[in-house]
Design a protein around this ligand. Structure first.
Ligand code: BG6
Length: 277
């Protein structure tokens, strides 16, 4: 399905790839090194959300009474409306608006613009969500970013200390996080509220995650058993990834007719440090 991919080609070793199915960024190469995790058994034919890269969650994070888990954005076909390179930046813009399928689940008119931008050392992804209908609506949204790491057990992730969170694995709500740096060695699925920026550091990886208008962060690694249970996830893929997912999920964002909401994340490879994978 090559026609379904858009390439952002900045310079030798600096590129990104976006699948029109879900407007999912499936690859971010920085200085010749891949920074995103993409499962080798991910469906890439539009039959299921892409397992890896940056799937877009909208209009609902998690299980949804009206439709599939994480909403329809990641399983909709998006249109590319721009792809250009200028002043050391390669960028592309994608759009999604209501259609028969989305209206059957969520009876609201909307337009989303999704901007993907790379320059050496950084990837920025930004959503502009507009209410184009006559009624107010509410939603949750999230950038479900799968970061690639050489060895998750040797990584430390910061940016959560002092926040409240829900631990979906132990089913405990309103927990308090006191760890300055989190290490992962089991199934982790936590929704943190009011986080700031994050760092992901370890041998061969040094990434910074900055976010705008995305107050919360979901931290996820399925670990051994859950990885095996997912047909589109490599059995040992859990060792090579962590999802740090900036989102607006703790509360629902309300948009009145005509209003828009802009949010973004910026991923940076720190000090030109390169992943060795
Ligand atoms: C995370 C959720 O954001 O996404 C997890 O917190 C979920 O509970 C994970 O398992 C993957 O979801 P999916 O629908 O892509 O399998």
């Amino acid at each position: 399905m090559d026609n379904n991919f858009v390439e952002l080609d900045l310079a030798e070793g600096h590129s990104a790839k976006v699948c029109l199915f879900g407007a999912t960024v499936t690859s971010w190469m920085n200085d010749g090194r891949e920074q995103l995790f993409l499962s080798s058994c991910s469906k890439m034919d539009g039959s299921k959300a892409v397992r890896g890269g940056i799937p877009l969650v909208f209009p609902n994070f998690g299980p949804w009474d009206n439709g599939p888990q994480h909403g329809f954005a990641r399983i909709s076909w998006w249109k590319m409306i721009n792809n250009e390179k200028a002043d050391g930046i390669a960028k592309a813009q994608f759009t999604l608006k209501e259609n028969e399928t989305t209206l059957s689940m969520w009876n609201h008119k909307f337009q989303i613009l999704y901007d993907v931008e790379i320059k050496p050392g950084t990837l920025r992804t930004s959503l502009t969500i507009k209410n184009t209908g006559g009624d107010e609506f509410d939603f949750t949204t999230l950038l479900h970013t799968y970061l690639r790491v050489p060895d998750i057990e040797k990584c430390m992730i910061s940016g959560f200390a002092g926040t409240r969170y829900t631990d979906k694995v132990s089913k405990q709500t309103d927990r308090s996080e006191d760890r300055e740096e989190i290490r992962i060695s089991s199934n982790v699925d936590s929704i943190y509220c009011n986080t700031k920026e994050h760092t992901l550091k370890g041998p061969g990886v040094d990434i910074e995650v900055e976010k705008y208008n995305l107050p919360d962060t979901v931290l996820w690694n399925p670990w051994i058993q859950k990885a095996k249970e997912m047909s589109d996830f490599d059995d040992d893929g859990y060792k090579k990834m962590v999802c740090i997912e900036p989102g607006y999920v703790h509360e629902r964002k309300v948009l009145k007719p005509g209003e828009e909401f802009i949010c973004s994340q910026k991923l940076s490879v720190v000090n030109g440090h390169q992943s060795s994978i």
